[in-house]
Design a protein around this ligand. Sequence first.
Ligand code: SF4
Ligand code: SF4
Length: 178
Amino acid sequence: MSPYDPGEDVIAVQRAPTSGAVRGTYRAFGETLRGLKTTFARIVEGTTTIQYPEEKTPVYPRFRGRHKLHRFEDTGLEKCVGCSLCAAACPADCIRVVAAENTPEHRISAGERYAAVYEINLSRCIFCGYCEVACPFDAITMGHDYEMSDYSRSDLIFTKEMLLAEPIERTPLRNEGE
Ligand code: SF4
Ligand code: SF4
């Protein structure tokens, strides 16, 4: 063999990393399969069939669903004063507020002004909850209702009257620890 003939040394150098890489791939594949087996076993154990829409999926208490506008319980006046802070905080720019002045003969809210128009375009809303956080009067909160699908986009613009109304059916809540 010539002194420059690399011969078996090169073969050994080339084989070592290749076989190591193959072993590593097999090991990773085996671990992935084991992980998938565990995941599927957990899914099957924890799966329950819910007869929707007769039976609704319960949500967590802090679930952010369809918005609700609120009134004062004692006077019935609207809490919203049309300040538009919620609209300014909305990253999806999907809230429209048009304020108007209350008068002694025509009082809608407890403040100087009220929302003559309050609309949320739910087809654009990302349910981040920023509007709820921005409101200084707790006039708007995120409810638990998640059934909002419709056939046209214009029907997903919820008006003040729709947001003030109670949902027809209450969404069940999960118990603690469920
Ligand atoms: S939840 Fe977020 S995206 Fe939806 S209206 Fe409120 S601020 Fe806008
Ligand atoms: S919901 Fe709250 S933040 Fe939005 S306009 Fe009414 S009072 Fe202002």
